[in-house]
Design a protein around this ligand. Sequence first.
Ligand SMILES: [Zn+2]
Ligand SMILES: [Zn+2]
Length: 500
Amino acid sequence: MGSNPTLAVFKNYKIIGGNCMAKKKYKRDGIYFLGQSSIEVTGSQYLVRFGDYQILLECGLYQSSINDYLDSYRINSEKFKFNPKDIDFVFICHAHIDHTGLIPRLVKEGFSGKIIATSNTAKIMKSLLLNSSYILNEEARLLSKKYHRVYNPLYTENDVIETMSLVYEYDDYNTIINLNDTVSFQWLKNSHCIGAAQLQLILKGKLKTKKILYTSDLGSLKTDNHYVPNTEIPNAFSDVTICESTYGSDKRLSKKSRQFDLEHLRVAINTVIERKGSVILPCFSFSRTQELLTNLYILFHNDDAFNTEIIVDSKLSCEISDLYSCILNGENLNLWNKVRTWEHVKFVSDKALSQSYIADNKPKIVISSSGFCTNGRVVNYLKKHLKDTNSMIIFSGYVGDNPSYLSYRIKNYNNRSTISINKERIPNRADCITLSTFSSHADHNDLVKYGSSLNTTKLILVHGSESSKCCLAENLREQISKNNKTYKVVCANKEMVVYI
Ligand SMILES: [Zn+2]
Ligand SMILES: [Zn+2]
């Protein structure tokens, strides 16, 4: 225990079919950085080989910003770098699709081991994966039409159902759970979203024991978001720590407080209501939708003058909102029940009803997905309200880093007279503001505090752009040394192996 793991690069990295061949491929015990998340913020997938066991830390979908789907289809349909039949366990630390969305394909191709998750993650994952199978089917249909050849969907609803039958739920945090004589784990608290956990994997061999800490996506150490606990910094020793770095670049540091954002939101909404416009809040269906709705409730439920309808318009958002009522308990459930049954809130799942809301000209507040505005019902609201000088678009999360995202264009093109939505030029007249404190990821300061307080021998940075990882690594090295610790910080690359 505690010996320095070695780093290596595997160059003769070829795909080998067949059961025993694949087992032989990963000859040495180690962590193999297979997914795109080793170099980007999407597509999490790490393979841990230890003795006779092969374990996956998540198996996420690659989500490309490029609109024509071919790029992501190509990457997501690449042959697995292992035989799915050889995988014994898949650990899922939270339900987001970039961490779970390839598991049904894994199952379709023969995986029959155990999927380990918290019960809340499992419940939300089922909804998100079913939605994903629908989207992937649609994308395959569009690709086939465009390129005049058959693109099969990566997986179907049946594969998702099969996937869910392999899920084993464990809910105790800070408790070591033995899956067998070799593989044990414990969940650690994580504020990233409901159900999220950090994972400490404990592997016991005849001659050695190895511990791997995997943060998955890490929420703030002291979160302002509702319904989630604060992220904890583990005390226990881990040989290797794999840590995300989404906001590793200090440029992303928000100097605003949640109170500032809430005041900004209140004034913005009152201004728009006064001039009889509508407020459009594009956001993802899980987590941000419920968080924004809760904050609107907190801001306006005691305001007798407030009389504007709040429309939550998305089938998936409605489904996840219903799940919150089953998942939450105690004080959290009390608050959520008040939010959900607030007289001004209308959940719109039905498509025809959605169309009637889009068509009517009554001022309203709309929370709709997707957050990037590349698809989902929010696009229809944007087509209508972007041209209205009295309306306002409010972003509360990451809008993407290039103009292929509609959210990016709306946020950054305020001096352009038109914005293209689905090849249509729409006059760009609505106001646009951004709230910066709603992120579910730890910010730069939190990442430095977390990453420099660990008890480990090697810290590997993943799930971030090259510049994020480099910036974070530099600041971490400085702080680790100030904390009188000596462990190494390494930026992952996609061909990396850490032997254990
Ligand atoms: Zn996430
Ligand atoms: Zn992620």
